[in-house]
Design a protein around this ligand. Structure first.
Ligand code: NAD
Length: 426
């Protein structure tokens, strides 16, 4: 019988029943089934409520990055990631930033955008004004949906209306601006967007289609910056190398993608550890990086008039400490406790600082290794000359010593002798 993945009612089964079916389908061994059965800290019933069709719980290591001084306060940073070196690099670079007083970070209010698409409007520009005229009524309809949020001082705060040209002609796009306080906010905003859509469509004389949050959360930004004495990163030349590495990323999208990936190594690891939606944060980060029309670096690196290395990072960060999986996953709760953050704003600031520090770690390694290799080849040339090499021989001897990672006069003499013998043979 051919295998089929068409399994009606799969979702109604227990994790154990589903696991049996999958084991049969994929030919899993009993050991493999046993591994999947081990739910761990995320127990079966919790996991089974978090997503659909659960058969197990996937694990990743939690590491803790140390040395972080953010806004004058010490933090331990739980990071969930599969990639080696990230946690060590973060701890190492965080130590360097301490030499300049650590990292400073600030965030805007937790303002998210809900988009409502209105179609078939004859006079979109006139309708835009009609909608804005009825702003208070629209906000009231939205806020009726989330009294908890409103009581906390949050809720729908403003409206923006855009006329967006599309392949189907002009569309009226309404932005509902919602202060989601300590939540990531997607559910809250989507509920409000759905509630206001019929009224918006009737005011505009059109019909609504999409009602959904925007992950380009450019009203919910975090800004992190640091100012480090050059000695802390390995000297003036390394500091200059970091700036050159950044300028490359700023000028070239191919490099910018990898540069920003380095930032996201740190950002995502904390976003995941705290049970937040890393796809939302990723989507926001990259859309923000491309806001000028060209994909660019999320950070900047400069050297100030005193020779200090100055790094800044600005990006959207829609993360919460309530809602979503932040409370349902017990490990996320523990990670939030390790961080000791009291609000979503503070969490965003910590994550922004981690992103900047992770960026510093990557750029320093790239710039310093390059510089060291450069130093090594200069040094090797000197040694080659000392061994008696002349003309082209200098480069040849130096290159072999660097490649063989052995830069010594005796080695240089040995290589020189070999080169000369080979030359004589030709
Ligand atoms: P949620 O609905 O679970 O929690 C938010 C609610 O908690 C608020 O509406 C409010 O009523 C209540 N609340 C209690 N105390 C609060 C406080 N101090 N601050 C703010 N709210 C408080 O979750 P959410 O944050 O609205 O949505 C997050 C989830 O939505 C994530 O799991 C995400 O993956 C998912 N999601 C994302 C997208 C997207 O990014 N495009 C789309 C749909 C769903």
């Amino acid at each position: 019988m051919p295998k089929t993945s068409r399994i009606p009612g799969f979702y109604k089964l227990t994790p154990e029943e589903r696991l049996r079916i999958v084991a049969e389908f994929a030919g899993l061994t009993e050991e493999e089934v046993d591994l999947l059965r081990r739910f761990g800290a995320l127990d079966e019933s919790t996991a089974n409520r978090m997503i659909e069709n659960v058969i197990g719980a996937f694990q990743l290591p939690i590491g803790v990055a140390v040395n972080f001084l953010i806004n004058g306060r010490d933090y331990m940073i739980p990071m969930v990631i599969e990639e080696p070196s990230v946690v060590a690099a973060a701890s190492n670079a965080a130590r360097m930033t301490r030499e300049g007083g650590g990292v400073y970070a600030q965030s805007t209010e937790s303002l998210m955008i809900g988009q409502i698409q209105i179609l078939g409007v004859k006079d979109p520009h006139g309708a835009r004004f009609e909608i804005l005229k009825n702003k208070d009524e629209i906000l009231e309809i939205a806020n009726e949906k989330d009294p908890v949020l409103v009581k906390l001082g949050g809720g729908a705060k403003d409206l923006e209306v855009r006329v967006v040209e599309s392949k189907l002609g002009p569309m009226l796009i309404v932005h509902l601006i919602v202060d989601v306080k300590d939540a990531m906010g997607a559910n809250a905003v989507n509920t409000m967007a759905e509630a206001v859509a019929p009224r918006l469509a009737s005011i505009a004389g059109g019909r609504f289609r999409l009602r959904i949050i925007s992950n380009l959360a450019d009203k919910r930004l975090v800004r992190a910056w640091t100012r480090i004495p050059p000695e802390a990163v390995g000297g003036k030349e390394v500091a200059e190398g970091i700036v050159e590495a950044w300028a490359f990323a700023d000028a070239d999208p191919y490099r910018a993608a990898t540069h920003n990936k380095g930032i996201m190594n740190g950002v995502d690891a904390v976003v995941i550890a705290t049970g937040n939606d890393w796809r939302a944060v990723e989507a926001g980060a990259h859309a923000y990086a491309a806001r000028s029309g060209r994909y660019k670096s999320l950070s900047t690196w400069e050297i100030d008039e005193k020779g200090y290395l100055v790094g800044t990072l600005e990006m959207p960060l829609a993360v919460g400490i309530v809602g979503g999986a932040t409370r349902t996953n017990p490990l996320a709760r523990i990670c939030l406790k390790i961080l000791g953050v009291k609000s979503a704003k503070e969490l965003a600031e910590v994550i922004g600082a981690v992103g900047l520090v992770q960026n510093l770690a990557a750029l320093r390694a790239l710039a310093a290794e390059g510089i060291q290799a450069g130093h090594m080849s200069l040094h090797a040339k000197n040694i080659a000359i000392m061994a008696g090499a002349v003309g082209d021989e200098i480069d040849q001897v130096a290159e072999i010593m660097v490649r063989e990672k052995c830069v010594r006069v005796d080695k240089a003499k040995e290589i020189l002798e070999r080169i000369r013998k080979e030359k004589a043979k030709r």
